[in-house]
Design a protein. Structure first.
Length: 222
């Protein structure tokens, strides 16, 4: 059983862990960054919105070929967009389609991610990212509109797989990347298309290797 203070500390650590994993090196937030993070906690911004926003900011920076993000403040606009979307999901109305017990599915997904984390206890960086992902899934509103929540889950999935790839042991990551390069061999396309394909194959390979379940409300065991 955890108390409010434990939950708050876990929130801070999850964001810091995720930021460091995407950066590929240990990183400590500045007092300004920590004040921003504390504000998100006090305002009730779901962990899912923060992780997805951080991931979006990193992806945009990568696409531009710019230097790695050095402050959480660069992510604040993306985090706000994701937080606003999740707030809208709470007050939205479900469209026509099968009724989904959102709370039950989110609980099941978080449990499945934690099960995968159990299998990676010998690799703390990977286990930590998976535990943080489970917390983020659990932070989504159980009374939310399914379509909006599926979008949030997709964002979480992408940024987490990116972080997991970076957190893999160097020898494992090297073998994974060699397999991707073999799949790309002989592919005659423009450089930008080739890079996007490499990214997609790398993410897919990381999912398969780590065993991350698909994060969607209609997910089945995989």
């Amino acid at each position: 059983m955890t108390g409010p203070e434990d939950d708050e500390i876990a929130y801070y650590r999850a964001v810091e862990d995720h930021f460091a994993a995407l950066r590929g090196s240990p990183f400590l937030f500045s007092p300004k960054d920590f004040a921003l993070l504390r504000g998100w906690w006090r305002d009730g911004v779901p962990l899912a919105a923060v992780l997805a926003g951080v991931g979006e900011a990193w992806e945009r920076r990568r696409e531009r070929g710019a230097d790695p993000i050095s402050s959480l403040t660069y992510c604040r606009h993306a985090v706000r967009r994701h937080a606003v979307r999740l707030t809208a999901a709470r007050v939205g109305t479900a469209g026509p389609g099968p009724v989904v017990d959102v709370g039950a599915v989110l609980t099941s997904l978080a449990a499945r991610v934690n099960d995968v984390a159990d299998r990676w206890r010998r690799c703390p960086p990977v286990e930590t990212i998976l535990r943080d992902l489970a917390r983020a899934v659990a932070s989504l509103p159980p009374d939310g509109e399914p379509g909006a929540l599926d979008e949030a889950l997709t964002d979480l999935e992408f940024t987490t797989l990116d972080a997991l790839h970076a957190a893999l042991p160097p020898d494992v990551r090297s073998e994974l990347e060699k397999d991707v390069e073999r799949d790309l061999a002989g592919l005659a396309v423009e450089a930008d298309v080739r890079e996007r394909t490499r990214r997609a194959l790398t993410i897919k390979a990381a999912r398969r290797l780590v065993g991350v379940p698909r994060l969607e409300l209609g997910a089945r065991a995989s």
